[in-house]
Every structure is written in C-alpha cells, then in structure tokens.
Ligand binder design. Structure first.
Ligand code: PHE
Length: 337
C-alpha cells in the first residue's frame, strides 16, 4: 500500500481548489463512503499480519492530514480575497459627466436689468411676497374703492384679511421710505401675484422690477434719461422710446413707456399690433401723498418711480409668444438661454 503517492496527489489537488464546491468534491473523493480512505482501510485486513498495524497507523495519519488540509482550505476560501477588498474601479473608463446647470431666463433678465441700474448707482433691495394692505394699497395712495383692492383682483390670505400676496413690487417703495431718508436710488426685483386665469400672456404669478429715486431735486428728465439707458441696454442702441400720459394713483404725472417695435423697427407688424410701438413699463413722479404717507416733510423731496414686468421684457427681447413657457420647466425651452 503506497500512501505517499496518494498523499502527493492530494497536496497538488488541494492547492488548485478555488471554490467550496470543488472542496466538497475533494472531500467526497477522499473521505466519502466509497472514498479513497475507506478503500485503504478496507484493504488492511488482506495485508500480511505483521504489516497491518503500521498500515493502520499510516491510514490514520493520512486521514488527519486530509482533515487538516481541508480545514485550512476552508479558512482560505472564507477569507476575502485581495480583489474583493479593493473596490474594482476601472480608471480607464470615461467618467459620468454632470451637466452644468444655468440660471433660469427670468433670473438672467432680472440680473441684466438690475445690473444696468446698479451701474447707475442704484441698490438692489427685496421685499416680502406677503404684504399688508397699507404697503400694497393705502400707503401708495390707492383709494379704498379702487378696483385693484377687490378680492377678484388680489389674493387675500384666508384667515388674515389684512394680509395679501403683493400685487406689485411698489409696496417696497413704502417699506424703504418708511425706514430710510433720501437720497434713495433703489431697484426691487421680485414675484407678484394677481388672480388671472393663465393664458399665453397671463400668469397668476409673474416678476416685476421696481425702481425709484428720491432726493431734493429729482426731475422727470432724470427718469427719462435713466429709462433710456435701461431700454437701450436691454434692447440695443437703435431702439426709440416714447412716453404716453397714463394714470397711477402713486405717481403724478404718470406715464406708460413704449419702445419702437424690435421686430419691425416701427413700421408695424403682428407683434406690435401694427402700432410700431411696444409698451414696456409704467412710471411717473412719486405722488406727494405717498411722501406724506411715509412721513417725509411736505415739499422737501421729489422722486420718480417705475415698474416693469420681467416676463414681458424677456418675451419681447427673445421673441417668446407664450408666458407659460417660463414656468413649465421644459428643458428644451430652458436650455436655449
Ligand atoms: N406698480 C405698477 C403696476 O404694477 C407699476 C408702476 C410702478 C407704475 C411705479 C408707476 C410707478 O402696474
């Protein structure tokens, strides 16, 4: 009985094993019912008497050897291999690029408009979207029976009838003038709310940029000059500007400001309704009652104010025909800016 060759065979076999199923096969081959060990044990009685004892010892030693080799292999297979500890990163693979975002077109236009006024010395100030009636109406000389005060024209807060979603950015005039003394030069970007059914040109929420300047001797010509710098900055040097008389309770005199149509250059087309002009904002000289309402001394200051709809400016500048596009978050639209 030559155990040593069988033993050698076992040692080379076990080194090659890489899985538990292979190890199980090997265990069966050597220790199974019809396995090599049982065959060896079964052969002992047929040996010459004097050899039986040493053969029995050799078989036992071999059995121990098999068991310890299998145990060792089991441990080795359980140990996490070097490969599975180190995360398998293929540094040769191309990375996953994160697309770079950009500012919403409305934010871009607000920055552009405010930037023009900041370069003329204005400060940018924001106010709250929930306002009280005084700042939104009363302080601005808007009469108690004015239609804009109606519940159909303004969002009042359900449980607090004195609070509302501001219907314009003008209340920030009141806030600033009540806390600061002139000289003032301020622009106010922000959201405003009116309960309009939404269609191509209406939205219940939109953006305005308000602007105002107050000092001892601010004149209508200052308003004209600064609005011209603004309009040419946004729409180009070639546009013309005109002022039409209008009415706002908080300015006197009041105007609406038009620019020559940027599509037809003033000849008349479908965008300007054949008029050749596009309305871009409302403005005027701040009404003496407003100064009185904020507690400024009588006849001490003069000032101008203006307010524009940002979506309208953006639509005219980029030729967009539906205001809803700004709020639908369709990337095909937003990516163009
Ligand atoms: N607040 C006015 C509006 O929303 C715009 C405006 C502002 C007009 C300032 C004159 C002066 O229609």
């Amino acid at each position: 009985m030559d155990i040593s060759t069988i033993k050698q065979e076992l040692e080379t076999e076990i080194v090659r094993i890489t899985s538990f199923s292979e190890l199980e096969e090997l265990r069966n081959k050597y220790l199974g019912r019809k396995g090599i060990l049982n065959q060896l044990t079964g052969a002992i009685p047929s040996l010459p008497k004097e050899e039986r004892a040493s053969a029995g010892q050799a078989v036992n030693a071999f059995k121990e050897r098999i068991n310890s080799l299998i145990q060792e292999k089991e441990k080795e297979l359980k140990r996490p291999s070097q490969e599975s500890v180190v995360p398998s990163v293929d540094i040769g693979m191309p990375g996953i690029t994160q697309g770079l975002g950009r500012l919403h077109p409305i934010t871009q236009i607000i920055d552009e408009i405010c930037g023009i006024f900041v370069r003329m010395g204005f400060s940018v100030i924001e106010g709250p979207e929930v306002e009280n009636e005084f700042n939104n109406f009363t302080g601005l000389n808007i009469a108690l029976d004015h239609p804009s005060r109606d519940v159909f024209d303004t969002f009042y807060l359900k449980y607090q009838q004195k609070l509302l979603l501001r219907s314009h950015t003008s209340p920030v005039q009141i806030r600033v003038m009540r806390s600061e003394k002139p000289p003032l030069a301020v622009v106010v970007p922000g959201k405003v709310y009116r309960p309009d059914a939404s269609d191509a040109s209406h939205s219940f929420m939109f953006h305005q940029v308000e602007g105002f300047m107050v000092d001892d001797d601010i004149r209508f010509s200052d308003l004209k000059g600064m609005l011209e710098v603004f309009a040419k900055g946004v729409f180009g040097e070639n546009i013309k500007m005109r002022f039409r008389p209008h009415f706002f309770p908080f300015t006197e005199p009041s105007v609406e400001v038009d620019i020559s149509c940027i599509i037809c250059g003033g000849k008349g087309c479908s965008v300007c309704g054949r008029k050749g002009w596009l309305e871009i904002l409302g403005a005027g000289m701040i009404h003496p009652n407003v100064f009185k309402n904020v507690g400024y001394p009588k006849d001490k200051y003069t000032g101008f104010a203006f307010g524009m709809g940002v979506e309208r400016i953006a639509m005219l500048k980029y030729g967009i025909d539906d205001i809803r596009l700004f709020f639908e978050n369709d990337l095909r639209f937003l990516k163009q800016f």
